[in-house]
Design a protein around this ligand. Structure first.
Ligand code: GDP
Length: 138
């Protein structure tokens, strides 16, 4: 059954001109782009999005980074989308990411790691609803 997940091309990748390269990898892997928009977000918007990490030592740096330049917000669709996108992304730290993954190809550090992908059905639902209105998902 088709499933939706949420993804972000992070500011480091957009800045370096990797938006098209990352979208190509995503489409090549069989995902349909159900919604897409490029925008700059505020630090408060980033904090709301990453609220589960609010107690972590990297929270301030992460939310500063995420609001440091334009990002690309995506809703992606395919069978098993959530797990398959996580596989395609690779490990959080690009030093540990497998060959052929997006983070291996495009990420530069554990923080500036090019892409976000939801890790479960409930977080995907929260994240899609956080960034997209119903009429953008028709
Ligand atoms: P993900 O699901 O692979 O994106 O990883 P997490 O949900 O654990 O963390 C969210 C994001 O916080 C990561 O993608 C990184 O951008 C950042 N992050 C995670 N761990 C660290 C860390 O130890 N140090 C720093 N600076 N950033 C981190």
């Amino acid at each position: 059954m088709s499933q939706r997940t949420f993804s972000i091309i992070k500011p480091d990748a957009v800045r370096k001109g990797h938006t098209g390269g990352i979208l190509a990898e995503i489409e090549k892997a069989g995902f349909k782009i159900a919604a897409i928009k490029r925008q700059s977000i505020s630090k408060d918007q980033a904090k709301g999005f990453y609220h589960v990490h609010s107690a972590r030592p990297f929270f301030d740096g992460l939310t500063t980074f995420m609001s440091s330049g334009p990002i690309v917000l995506l809703v992606l669709e395919k069978e098993n989308a959530i797990a398959d996108l996580r596989k395609l992304m690779g490990a959080t730290n690009p030093a540990n990411a497998e060959e052929g993954t997006i983070r291996k190809k495009f990420a530069s550090s554990i923080e500036e790691n090019a892409i976000h992908g939801s890790d479960a059905e409930d977080t995907a639902a929260f994240e899609i609803g956080y960034w997209f209105a119903g009429y953008e998902l028709l």
